[in-house]
Design a protein around this ligand. Structure first.
Ligand SMILES: Nc1ncnc2c1ncn2[C@@H]1O[C@H](COP(=O)(O)OP(=O)(O)OP(=O)(O)O)[C@@H](O)[C@H]1O
Ligand SMILES: [Mn+2]
Length: 536
């Protein structure tokens, strides 16, 4: 016979560990979002089920519970982060209220009243990036997008239906997998949707009215997901179509990232001191300089989602150093910054800027960069298979739209120094200066339908109008100084007139002045420079 005290002790010995074990088990099955919920096998099964019911994949699980649109709208903004942990907003300027967008009158008028000013030649099979074996069976929206990418543009002027559908798809489709995206220095995730589509996610870091601080260098600037979205709209409105579609979206940290993460991303999740769910990827620059993780509030986070281009193995990219690349150092300046004749003396004499369309593409890009204040333009890509007579791809705009009170004239140096511009671009800029199609208004309207609208802080729209006036004044200056209009305003170069030059012979005494062929090397070099500069 056990004594009462012994029985008590035995009971405690059995009860405590089993209680502890069951708490652990419940937590692992999904309590509080701190653990992974599904095994790999369960996830695969889930994927199969989702494929079957893909018709209703546009509803997130937590969204489906919400009954009305109004309720959803109210909940949508609740709980989003308001203040950045590290970057504060200087308050010396007054808060500017957002202008409410009632309709998209100017945006619609622009696309209705004017065709693209850029005349596309007849496209042949060789002008398309992807050729599926059975194209008629490739009906997913991302497949249609891939099939449309060509030598001249990512999507066509008239195909706004495809783009709007794609943006809607990006904003709503169920996420199957999430992992960290390597390359570059900023935190970003590579996401796979249940129908096999892919996207690049950049998270919220700072509030919309945040301005890059006066003493912050462009290479130390934190990235903004809103800038990625706005740049896509700007590129589209300016008639370039060289940026893949990008939209905003509010994510659930647990169900859309954590439960979908690969091992390495999953391991980086934790609960912050404020009890928010956060992750911290293997970032270089943004981690070493700020140690700020990406956090939900407590579980929701805003981000941008960019349509992913076809994979490198089927659509190889060529990486180029931008001819007007900055020094990425606090102490040095790039040659073009102190030599006003740099474009004519160096750039315009070198392949591929001395013939074809490349220089005109660089000028178009400098116009976008000046309008958006993007100083972070170190390299650019082209699609390998198109050779050098092809559009450049516009990617990586997280550091655009960083200031609205001041204009960064150095972004316009390619136009100011080279004094050439596509006739079609000039025409579009003139249209966008008119009151009926005013750039700032068209941008506000265009962005108003985004899921995280208002995307840009209100003063950015005035800045766009102000900067457009500056660009047109600079073009006037070029025209006034030129003998002939054609010296400045260039008609569209044609592929028939373009001859690819012979590859240069190995001659070490005659190194090109603009460094070429960059890619990973380039990224390393920039990181080294930046990190060198930080350690002082
Ligand atoms: N939409 C896309 N489709 C396919 N690949 C992409 C896309 N966006 C980015 N990439 C690839 O991912 C790389 C990194 O992306 P991105 O340049 O935006 O990152 P980042 O961290 O902001 O870079 P940086 O440190 O230079 O600012 C790009 O160089 C490009 O190769
Ligand atoms: Mn970037």
């Amino acid at each position: 016979m056990m004594k009462l005290r012994q029985r008590w002790l035995l009971g405690l010995i059995i009860l405590v560990p089993s209680l502890w074990l069951s708490i652990l088990f419940i937590a692992m099955r999904g309590g509080g979002g701190g653990f992974r919920l599904e095994s790999e096998e369960e996830q695969i099964n889930l994927a199969k089920i989702h494929r079957k019911v893909s018709a209703d994949y546009s509803l997130n699980s937590d969204e489906s519970k919400e009954s009305s649109e109004a309720e959803r709208e109210k909940n949508r903004r609740a709980g989003l982060p308001k203040d950045s942990t590290l970057y504060f907003v200087p308050q010396e300027h007054p808060k500017v209220p957002y202008i409410k967008v009632k309709d998209r009158r100017k945006f619609e008028a622009l696309f209705r009243d004017f065709p693209s000013s850029y005349e596309l030649p007849e496209l042949t099979e060789n002008d398309f990036l992807v050729r599926f074996r059975e194209p008629q069976k490739r009906n997913k929206i991302w497949e249609k997008f891939h099939q449309g990418i060509n030598r001249y543009e990512m999507y066509s002027y008239n195909d706004s239906e495809l783009i709007e559908t794609y943006m809607n798809y990006l904003g709503h489709t169920k996420i199957l997998r999430a992992r960290e995206k390597s390359g570059g220095t900023q935190v970003k995730l590579f996401l796979v949707f249940i129908d096999g589509g892919e996207a690049l996610m950049k998270p919220w870091r700072v509030p919309r009215d945040y301005e890059t601080l006066p003493d912050h260098y462009y290479f130390a600037d934190i990235e903004r997901h809103t800038a990625e979205i706005a740049f896509f709209h700007l590129d589209r409105i300016l008639d370039f179509r060289r940026t893949p579609p990008i939209t905003g979206r509010i994510f659930n940290m647990t169900s859309e990232f954590y439960q979908r993460s690969d091992k390495s991303l999953g391991r980086s999740f934790f609960r912050s001191p404020a009890n928010n769910l956060c992750f911290m990827t293997n970032c270089d620059q943004h981690c070493s300089s700020s140690e700020t993780p990406v956090c939900g509030n407590p579980d929701r986070i805003e981000g941008s989602l960019a349509a992913f281009l076809p994979p490198e193995k089927s659509a190889k990219r060529k990486s180029w150093t931008h001819p007007f690349k900055r020094s990425y150092s606090k102490r040095e300046k790039a040659s073009w910054e102190s030599d006003p004749s740099y474009c004519k003396r160096v750039v315009m004499k070198e392949h591929p800027y001395n013939s074809g369309r490349r220089l005109l593409d660089i000028i178009d890009l400098s116009i976008l960069d000046f309008l958006s204040g993007n100083q972070d333009r170190h390299s650019y890509n082209t699609f390998h298979m198109f050779g050098n007579f092809s559009t450049i791809i516009h990617l990586d705009h997280g550091r655009a739209f960083g200031r609205y009170q001041t204009d960064e004239m150095s972004c316009l140096v390619p136009l100011i120094q080279c004094c050439v511009i596509r006739q079609s671009t000039y025409k579009r800029l003139q249209i966008l200066q008119r009151n009926e199609y005013k750039l700032g208004d068209v941008m506000r309207e265009s962005l108003s339908t985004d899921l995280i609208a208002p995307v840009l802080y209100e003063p950015h729209y005035d800045a766009l109008n102000r900067r457009l006036d500056i660009i047109l004044v600079e073009i006037q200056k070029c025209l006034a100084a030129a003998d002939l209009l054609e010296d400045v305003l260039k008609s569209e170069p044609s592929i028939e007139d373009y001859n690819e030059p012979e590859p240069p012979k190995e001659d070490h005494h005659n190194e090109p002045k603009i460094k070429k062929n960059t890619g990973e090397e380039e990224q390393k070099e920039i990181k080294n420079n930046v990190n060198d500069d930080f350690d002082f």
